[in-house]
Write a protein that binds this ligand. Structure first.
Ligand code: AP5
Ligand code: MG
Ligand code: ZN
Length: 217
């Protein structure tokens, strides 16, 4: 049972790789972005607070996202967790240590997906997901096999995120550089930091991550 963090700027491929690891290894993807989008869609108090912040591309408060992770952590006790987009600040990293420590669990790897900024904008602007089953696609890099039909569930309805426009992406990147990238040394000091070249095709990135999880590198 492994607990891993996938760290990386917007569009680096965290969600793509986390969903694959969940499907292939039964690990549980814990994406604070997905949880917040769920809260926005459901109109919960958290969702009402988060909506405008997310549309600006800024970070939601540490207290809100740490509480969301705390609520889901026990569901990932048996199979191991993939933290996707959390932690994003030093305070969140410390909160995660407490949440895991209370449960006698620990982190195994913190994997940074490194991708150039120009590539990130291309990835985000072309991204869409199936409205029914949530499978992620890309206009160029991961199109559906039959145009307009989801490979997984056959649905013909798709959606795009409101924060996936170039201007908001620039703010999300600035937030990553200012608040999230600085937590890497915190993990490196503990010998947990791993860097993967996120510029390659999805399958190559997957192979590199698998090698880390299997202890091959
Ligand atoms: P969140 O949902 O986490 O967004 P993000 O970090 O900006 O990252 P993305 O989901 O955009 O990218 P990804 O790395 O998952 O890439 P993907 O796999 O989809 O957060 C959204 C917002 O919520 C934040 O801005 C903030 O407001 C709030 N929030 C969330 N967590 C928070 C926290 N902890 N604290 C505070 N606020 C928080 O890939 C992108 C596209 O590229 C896809 O189309 C995919 O098909 C394609 N692709 C993937 N890999 C490759 C590849 N190797 N080659 C080519 N194409 C690829
Ligand atoms: Mg994501
Ligand atoms: Zn689908």
């Amino acid at each position: 049972m492994l607990n891993i963090i996938l760290l990386g700027p917007p569009g680096a491929g965290k969600g793509t790789q986390a969903a694959r690891l969940q499907a292939e290894r039964g690990m549980v993807q814990l994406s604070t972005g997905d949880m917040l989008r769920g809260a926005v869609a459901a109109g919960t108090p958290v969702g009402l607070q988060a909506k405008a912040v997310m549309e600006r591309g800024e970070l939601v408060s540490d207290a809100i996202v740490s509480a969301l992770i705390g609520e889901r952590l026990d569901a990932a006790a048996e199979q191991g967790a993939i933290f996707d987009g959390f932690p994003r600040t030093r305070a969140q990293a410390e909160a995660l240590d407490v949440l895991l420590g209370e449960r006698g669990r620990r982190l195994d790897h913190v994997i940074e997906l490194a991708v150039d900024e120009d590539e990130l904008v291309k990835r985000i602007v072309g991204r869409f997901t199936c409205a029914k089953c949530g499978t992620g696609y890309h206009d160029t890099f991961r199109p559906t096999q039959v145009a307009g039909v989801c490979d997984v569930c056959g649905s013909t309805e798709f959606k795009r995120r409101p924060d996936d426009n170039e201007q908001t992406v620039r703010t999300r990147m600035a937030e990553y550089r200012a608040k999230t990238a600085p937590i890497l040394p915190f993990y490196e000091a503990r010998g947990l930091g791993r860097r993967v070249n996120g510029m390659g095709p999805i399958d190559e990135v997957a192979t590199e991550i698998d090698a880390i999880l299997d202890g091959a590198v």
